[in-house]
Design a protein around this ligand. Structure first.
Ligand SMILES: NC(=O)c1ccc[n+]([C@@H]2O[C@H](COP(=O)([O-])OP(=O)(O)OC[C@H]3O[C@@H](n4cnc5c(N)ncnc54)[C@H](OP(=O)(O)O)[C@@H]3O)[C@@H](O)[C@H]2O)c1
Length: 260
C-alpha cells in the first residue's frame, strides 16, 4: 500500500474529485479526514470508507472562513494525531459572468475558498511537517489556470494563484523534507461543479448542454473528459513516495489540453 500509516486531510471530500481521492487514499492505507459544508455527504463518504475497511473522520467547515480552516485542521489532528498529507481541493466555480459584471463579494468568496484556505491550511500544516521532516501538500488547481476561457475570472485567478503558492511553498519546504505540488485537471464531467458549469454555459450560448460539452471535449487531444478516479490516481502518485523527486510542479491531468 502506498500510503500506509499516513494521515491525509482532504478538503472538499464530500463528493466529486475529493471523494474519489479520499476513497483511493483510504484504500492505500491512509487515515483520511474529510471536510466540506454538507454533513450528509461527508457522513456518506466516511461510511463508504469504513465499510471498505478504511479509516475516516470528518468535520463540516465553510473554508471561506479562516476560523473554520483552523477548526477543521485541529479536528483532524485531534482525531488522527497529525496531518502528513494536505490536499487543498475544496471550492466552487462562482458566477459565470464577465469581469465587468462580477460581484466583488463573489470574487472574494471564490478567492477565499480556493486560494486563501489553501494558504491558511498550509500555514497550519507546515510546522508539524517540518518537525517530522516529512509531508506532502497537493493543491488542486485547474486547466483554467493555464487557458483563456471567458466568464470565470475569479476562478482562473484563484487557480493560477495556487500555482504560484505551490512553487513558493515548494521552495521553502523542499529542504525540510516536505514536497508541494499541484495538479491541473481538465473537465471532470461527472462532478456537480462541472455539470452546473456546463448547463450554465449552454444556457448562455443558447445551445444544448450536450452540444456545449461535445464542442469543448473536441478541443482535447483524447476527445473526452477525465474521471474523478483518473484525477485521484494522479493525486495518489503525487502524495506518495512514488513521486519522491517531484517538487513545485503543476501536473496537467487533462487528456491533452494544456502543454505547459
Ligand atoms: N470538475 C472539473 O471539471 C474540475 C476541473 C479542474 C479542477 N477542478 C477542481 O477540483 C476540485 C473539486 O471539484 P469537483 O469537480 O469535485 O466539484 P464538486 O463535486 O462540486 O466538489 C466540490 C467540493 O468542495 C466542497 N466545497 C465547496 N465550497 C466549499 C466551502 N466554501 N467550504 C468547504 N467546502 C467547500 C463541496 O462541498 P460543499 O458544497 O458541501 O461544501 C464539495 O465537497 C475543485 O477545486 C475544482 O475547482 C474541477
Amino acid at each position: 500500500m502506498l500510503l500506509e500509516n499516513k494521515v491525509a486531510l482532504i478538503t472538499g471530500s464530500g463528493r466529486g474529485i475529493g471523494r474519489a481521492m479520499a476513497k483511493l487514499f483510504a484504500k492505500e492505507g491512509a487515515a483520511v479526514f474529510l471536510t466540506a459544508r454538507t454533513e450528509k455527504q461527508l457522513e456518506a463518504v466516511a461510511g463508504e470508507i469504513a465499510a471498505e475497511g478504511g479509516k475516516a473522520g470528518f468535520a463540516t467547515a465553510d473554508l471561506t472562513q479562516v476560523t473554520d480552516c483552523s477548526r477543521v485542521f485541529r479536528a483532524a489532528e485531534e482525531q488522527f494525531g497529525r496531518v502528513d498529507i494536505l490536499v487543498n481541493n475544496a471550492g466552487h466555480y462562482g458566477p459565470v459572468v464577465p469581469v465587468e459584471d462580477y460581484p466583488l463579494e463573489e470574487f472574494e468568496k471564490v478567492i477565499n475558498v480556493h486560494l486563501r484556505a489553501a494558504f491558511v491550511l498550509s500555514k497550519l500544516a507546515l510546522p508539524g511537517m517540518y518537525a517530522r521532516a516529512s509531508g506532502v501538500i497537493l493543491n488542486v488547481s485547474s486547466l483554467s489556470a493555464k487557458a483563456a476561457f471567458s466568464w470565470g475570472s475569479a476562478y482562473a485567478a484563484a487557480k493560477a494563484g495556487l500555482l504560484g503558492l505551490t512553487r513558493y511553498m515548494a521552495a521553502e519546504a523542499a529542504r525540510n523534507g516536505v514536497r508541494v505540488n499541484a495538479i491541473c485537471p481538465g473537465p471532470v464531467t461527472e462532478t456537480v461543479m462541472s455539470k452546473e458549469l456546463g448547463n450554465t454555459l449552454a444556457n448562455k450560448l443558447n445551445v444544448s448542454p450536450e452540444d456545449q460539452l461535445k464542442g469543448f471535449l473536441a478541443s482535447i487531444l483524447q476527445g473526452r473528459g477525465q474521471t474523478a478516479m483518473e484525477i485521484a490516481q494522479a493525486a495518489l502518485f503525487l502524495c506518495s513516495d512514488m513521486s519522491s523527486a517531484m517538487v513545485g510542479q503543476s501536473i496537467n491531468v487533462d487528456g491533452g489540453a494544456a502543454f505547459f
